[in-house]
Design a protein around this ligand. Structure first.
Ligand code: NAD
Ligand code: GLY
Length: 364
């Protein structure tokens, strides 16, 4: 039998808002994982209809050691439900159960549940503590870390939200065993992103280990999750609120194009990671158009994304005008000018504007 990867811990260093990501196997159901969290009368698990039957009871049993009352709210599953109406289901449950401002929320699920629960925690009674328990690869390597919380608006992705850090992130690699292959690939998009924009040696490790990751090798997976979290921790610690330094914005490599695909097709048609994968190829081509990288770089990035089972060509139904329209509401846009994350050398990114003809050429 294969041995369990050792428990690891990554700290997000943000002064009084610092917290740990604990990464390991079978953590979710272990009550010791939750020792040290704020004390409260009530813990509320927020999850969705797919994840609840798999993991909610395990989490509830573990939390019962620490909290006299453990409640659950179950949201519908999907990006299409990351909106005001469904956010309100969390507030309804909190208020109907008389939950006070010490109540601790537990986001059990992928990035959709995590982003919605985080936003609910940021705003319920002006802020209650919350814990991320990410169960998709994408949420383990990206969305559970760094405190971005949001819901979508029909006009734009993640347009309504807040920066609000969790108290703890519980990353249980064992939950990935039930994740559908398409969702695993979507998570690999953000993993590959970290290599491209921050650590070229990691990109090369991914090239060498992609087959293991696709086969669900837990040691390879635990390594990739840890390195991705370390990269994101470094970036977030330098620029928590995506300020004018542009450091955190580089984590959005591929997202300006990707968000346009998601909004253009309607939220939930393509998975977020799929749209980001395709967006990264477009952003790599734009970087080449700007003379920053060569064609061999674009090809290498494209090849690894294809190996990870990800799309690298945009949907034909979205016209260049529609891309430009959706990208103009991107959060990086300033005074109507769209800003792009581009690669200026493998493993390093920066933010800059680009002429429309190069942007349109990058879409093809
Ligand atoms: P998701 O939350 O929709 O989860 C994907 C699917 O997998 C869902 O159907 C879910 O029910 C199911 N699922 C989750 N865990 C499972 C498991 N262990 N076994 C079986 N099925 C499981 O999607 P996602 O890819 O996790 O997250 C995408 C969202 O994250 C987007 O809304 C995106 O905007 C957001 N995001 C946020 C940040 C951030 O910094 N806050 C970063 C990246 C992405
Ligand atoms: N996913 C981009 C960020 O957290 O900043």
């Amino acid at each position: 039998m294969l041995s369990k990867p050792a428990l690891s811990r990554v700290c997000i260093a943000l002064a009084e808002r610092s917290y740990d990501i604990v990464i390991g196997m079978d953590l979710l159901s272990d009550s010791a994982t939750y020792a040290g969290l704020p004390k409260a009368e009530t813990a509320m698990i927020v999850t969705n209809a797919t994840i609840a039957p798999l993991y909610a009871k395990h989490l509830e049993n573990a939390l019962k050691t620490h909290y006299p009352r453990v409640l659950q709210v179950i949201l519908p599953d999907g990006e299409a439900y990351k909106d005001w109406k469904n956010l309100n289901l969390i507030f309804d449950a909190l208020l109907e159960n008389g939950c006070d401002r010490k109540t601790v929320l537990f986001a059990l699920g992928g990035g959709v549940v995590g982003d919605m629960t985080g936003f609910a925690a940021a705003t319920y009674m002006r802020g209650v503590p919350f814990v991320q328990v990410p169960t998709t690869l994408l949420s383990q390597v990206d969305s559970s870390v760094g405190g971005k919380t949001a819901i979508n608006h029909p006009i734009g992705k993640n347009m309504i939200g807040a920066f609000y850090q969790p108290s703890l992130v519980v990353t249980d690699i064992s939950t990935l065993s039930t994740l559908p292959a398409r969702e695993l690939s979507a998570g690999l998009a953000e993993v590959i992103k970290h290599g491209i924009m921050a650590d070229w040696a990691y990109f090369e490790w991914l090239e060498a280990n992609m087959d293991k990751l696709l086969q669900g090798d837990v040691a390879a997976m635990a390594y990739a999750v840890r390195v991705s979290c370390e990269i994101k921790a470094r970036v977030v610690s330098l620029d928590e609120r995506e300020g004018s330094s542009g450091i955190r914005a580089t984590l959005n490599f591929g997202h300006t194009f990707g968000h346009a695909i998601e909004a253009g097709l309607g939220f939930g048609v393509w998975l977020h990671g799929e749209a980001v994968a395709c967006g990264m190829v477009m952003a790599a081509r734009l970087s080449q158009g700007l003379g920053l990288v060569d064609a061999a770089f674009v090809e290498r990035v494209t090849k690894l994304l294809i190996r990870a089972g990800l799309p690298v060509a945009g949907p034909e139904s979205i016209t260049p005008d529609e891309y430009i329209h959706h990208m103009s509401v991107d959060k990086k846009a300033e005074g109507g000018q769209i800003k792009f994350v581009v690669i200026d050398k493998p493993g390093h990114a920066k933010v800059q504007a680009a002429p429309n003809d190069l942007v349109i050429a990058a879409l093809k």
